[in-house]
Design a protein around this ligand. Structure first.
Ligand SMILES: [Zn+2]
Length: 284
């Protein structure tokens, strides 16, 4: 057809520009709660890590609601790896581990959960697997004993923001507040200093990369996503992981943000299968 004569790339660029404008507008109009929370705690911007410890209790009820909504309905954006990647001229999140043949990593997001995290911990212990838990500050604050259990079992704890917003179009001050408040909760509860940061929804931006660099955190992404959060069925989760995992893969799973019974059931099958296939687990 005649549309085949269109100069290469021109439609794509226009589409991206329009999409970016819409997304920016959406971010401005659909995240009033985060703006309000931030404005209500102006001190957090000045001394965010310390403030997180002192004010952890007060914003919990309101921010918890804003977190739950995107966590269960996510993601609005498909293809999260395309977002912000390289947009600042070079910064890229880590998608693979580089630790020799058959080395892979397991990352478990959105907890700690009092229901599912202990079940995941029992499986990891059974198979002697060390994983990385990307924790949400609010959940650490709400479930400190579970967070401590994860740390005591020797797993890595990554920072996954305070309340799980899509950071891609949020201003630098809000990004800093989200990361610093989560840092404060994780450090206070577990004694750990997280050096890995995972952006909710894999939604990165130049401002997020910049703050990671400033706070000396490695941006962490993934390469195997069985979309367990969408509850596609245990067999689908297992099949996706077994089909897509290879040396260096970082697998994404979830112990928080909703009913994760399928994730636990899938891990029960997939952990021994991956070990039988010759893989061993490392941390990023
Ligand atoms: Zn998440």
């Amino acid at each position: 057809m005649a549309t085949g004569k269109t100069p290469p790339g021109s439609m794509t660029r226009r589409a991206l520009f329009v999409a970016g404008g819409v997304a920016l507008l959406a971010a401005c109009t659909h995240h009033p709660a985060e703006q309000a929370t931030d404005a209500a705690h102006p001190a957090a911007a000045a001394h965010p890590a310390a403030e997180a410890t002192r004010s952890a209790a007060s914003p919990r009820a309101s921010t918890r609601l804003t977190r739950k909504e995107p966590a269960v309905t996510r993601p609005a954006r498909t293809g999260p790896h395309a977002v912000g990647r390289g947009a600042d001229g070079g910064a890229l999140p880590m998608t693979h581990v580089d630790d020799g043949r058959m080395a892979i990593a397991l990352t478990i997001d959105d907890g700690p959960s009092p229901i599912y995290t202990p079940q995941v911990l029992r499986l990891l212990d059974k198979y002697q697997v060390t994983a990385t838990f990307s924790m949400i500050g609010l959940e650490v604050d709400a479930n400190p004993a579970v967070a401590r259990e994860v740390a005591a079992a020797g797993h890595v704890i990554a920072n996954h923001t305070w309340s799980h917003p899509d950071l891609a179009y949020l201003p630098p001050a809000v990004i800093a507040d989200q990361i610093d408040r989560s840092f404060g909760a994780i450090h206070q509860v577990t004694g750990r200093v997280p050096t890995l940061f995972r952006a909710p929804y894999g939604a990165w931006s130049p401002a997020v990369f910049q703050y990671c660099a400033q706070a000396r955190m490695t941006p962490l992404d993934w390469s195997v996503d069985p979309r367990d959060w969408s509850r596609p069925g245990v067999a689908a989760i297992v099949g996706n992981i077994m089909r897509n995992t290879r040396t260096g893969s970082i697998i994404l799973e979830h112990d928080g943000g909703g009913n994760r019974a399928q994730t636990v059931a899938a891990l029960k099958i997939v952990l021994p299968r991956l070990l039988d296939a010759g893989y061993h687990f490392v941390t990023p």
